[in-house]
Design a protein around this ligand. Structure first.
Ligand code: SAM
Length: 219
């Protein structure tokens, strides 16, 4: 019951800020060379191997970027208003509504998952369970790329760009997320940190982890 309330308030909150969020972040990769380089390398590894989901896609900039790199990417998000922004901005890319806590994709059907600033809305006690559910949908050898804000706090907001919201933003230490990804059945391939790009994004230290579902036949 409590969980349903949190889910609907997260959805309603993002519905309220969707238009402004899209305006601010749709073209953010133009100003984020580190992220582009990381996504380019991710694209190299998943291209031609199957579908890739942009989890908690918001206005869809990650799905669009991967699509432009020749990846069969689609977006998934809770918020219908965010999805509307994504569909309008990227007509050639598929966007679906769904809750990332309950993936409804066939086992072994994905080449990868990219979760940019979306696991931050999953209570930390649930993160490894959610990761494990996505692991089932990822092929052996497939990847999970996670981006998040570094820290240990949970920031609660009741207002965002003058709109009433109710949102918890969880910050994670890299080692904490590493534990969740390992507990969810992934191996860690890469871990990176960078300072925030001034005037481009929220001023938090950024962390990126590339994790891999172990191959059934490693050799
Ligand atoms: C901070 S935004 C990140 C959007 C985009 N990935 C980016 O990097 O700008 C978080 C997104 O996660 C979505 N979200 C939050 N909880 C979700 C859930 N349980 N299932 C699917 N999407 C969720 C929100 O609707 C929102 O669009």
């Amino acid at each position: 019951m409590q969980q349903e309330k949190v889910t609907s308030s997260t959805q309603e909150s993002y519905d309220r800020v969707a238009a402004e969020y899209a305006e601010r972040f749709l073209h953010e990769f133009d100003h984020k060379p580190f992220d582009r380089e990381l996504l380019d390398r991710f694209a190299e590894r998943v291209r031609g191997k199957g579908r890739v989901v942009d989890l908690g896609c918001g206005p869809g900039q990650v799905a669009r970027y991967l699509h432009e790199q020749g990846v069969d990417a689609f977006g998934l998000d809770l918020s219908p208003a965010m999805l509307e922004q994504a569909r309008q901005a990227h007509p050639g890319v598929e966007f679906r509504q769904g809750d990332m806590r309950s993936p409804d994709l066939p086992d072994n059907s994905l080449a990868g998952v990219a979760a940019f600033y979306s696991l931050i809305h999953i209570p930390r006690r649930e993160v490894s369970t959610v990761v494990r559910r996505w692991r089932r949908a990822v092929q052996p050898g497939g990847l999970m790329l996670v981006a998040f804000h570094k820290g240990s706090e949970v920031v609660h907001r009741e207002e965002w760009w003058d709109k009433p919201v109710s949102l918890d933003f969880a910050f994670f230490e890299p080692q904490e997320m590493e534990i969740y990804l390992r507990a969810g059945g992934f191996l860690i391939d890469e871990m990176h940190e960078r300072p925030p790009y001034p005037e481009v994004e929220y001023p938090s230290q950024r962390v990126y982890i590339v994790a891999r579902r172990p191959d059934l036949h490693p050799n």
